[in-house]
Design a binder for this molecule. Structure first.
Ligand code: HPA
Ligand code: ZN
Length: 327
């Protein structure tokens, strides 16, 4: 449609991007060589050929393998800088980046190495590209809450470098309430709180993320449409949902983009946004997600495009006075 070029050029905020999921196969191989890390794939093509996912776990196994090449502060900087160049091309003016310290500390990489490398790229993106950004520390939900608590404490020397905490990795069997104490601790520290819920997990996980973890946004949340009572609540409370269309198709959450719940979420008064999740693995960056969504769903028009763009700024954790410049 004629909307696509307008959408592509419009300024936008990205609120759901795992920075380790922006690691392209070419950079994985370059970092493997730089760091002397052996990879179980012969070359870039063989690695990319493995990107045929059947569900969340089949993706996570490869995503954690790809992250194994990240060892030095410069590696984290280079990865995030490559993302910011893609973001600039998509007219992203603000990005809130997830990172998974436990993926790296498990290999002996210090939390400070991760945070300092990412922060350097964030500062450079502001200075050289005019893109503002912030970091959100995510806990791996397949690990224990005690490990999450230790991860948060280990990051506190860099408290000023991240604005919030999130919850990601394998959703089924790991309900939000497993992390009640660590999210309460994060709240005490003045950190923002978000959680993945209702991606593969049931609507009940969205409810417990809100009720027990007191999150301010739900990451994904696309299965909320299965519960009319939950949808009514999300709409009434104005809870933002950071939806990732290409991710949902690649991980088989929906059979085809034509069956995505985005039109229902918008029509029912919820506050969804569009995001790329793990763009190097799912076939596209932010604008690719907008294009795939709008091309597959003719019921989405200019009104919906405007709502999605405005929601991305409204739902960001930028101070209200700065949001005014965008909205
Ligand atoms: N879901 C859960 N964990 C993740 C994802 C996701 O989409 N991407 C990276 N870690
Ligand atoms: Zn995600």
């Amino acid at each position: 449609t004629e909307l696509i070029p307008l959408l592509s050029r419009a300024p936008k905020a990205e609120l759901h991007i795992h920075i380790e999921g922006s690691l392209e196969p070419e950079l994985i191989f370059a970092l493997a060589q730089r760091n002397g890390v052996a990879l179980p794939y012969a070359d870039v093509e063989a690695l990319r050929a493995a990107y045929a996912f059947t569900d969340l776990q089949s993706f996570l196994d490869i995503y954690y393998a790809g992250a194994s090449v990240l060892l030095q502060e410069d590696d984290f900087h280079d990865m995030a800088w490559a993302y910011f160049l893609k973001a600039q091309a998509d007219h992203v003016v603000h990005a809130e980046l997830f990172f998974d310290p436990q993926t790296h500390t498990a290999r002996g990489v210090d939390t400070g190495v991760v945070i300092r490398g990412l922060k350097r790229a964030c500062d450079r993106a502001q200075a050289e590209l005019g893109i503002s950004s912030a970091l959100i520390l995510c806990f791996l939900r397949h690990l224990s809450e005690d490990e999450a608590l230790a991860t948060l404490e280990a990051a506190l020397p860099w408290r000023e470098h991240f604005i919030g905490v999130g919850l990601d990795s394998s959703e089924r069997g790991h309900p939000p309430e497993k992390f009640a104490r660590v999210f309460a601790r994060a709240a005490e520290l003045g950190l923002h709180r978000v959680a993945h819920a209702g991606e593969e997990g049931p609507p009940a996980y969205v409810e417990s993320a809100l009720d027990v973890l007191k999150v301010e946004r739900i990451d994904h949340g696309v299965r909320s449409v299965e519960s009319p009572a939950l949808i009514e609540r999300l709409a009434r409370e104005g809870v933002p949902l950071t939806v990732c269309p290409l991710s949902n198709i690649k991980l088989c959450v929906f059979r085809h983009m034509a069956y995505h719940s985005m039109p229902a979420l918008l029509a029912l008064g919820c506050k969804p946004t569009v995001n790329s999740d793990d763009p190097a693995y799912f076939g596209g960056y932010l604008n690719d997600n907008f294009v795939a969504l709008f091309e597959a769903l003719p019921q989405l028009g200019a009104r919906e495009a405007y709502a999605l763009l405005r929601n991305s700024f409204e739902a960001s954790f930028v101070p209200a006075e700065r949001k005014g410049a965008w909205m």
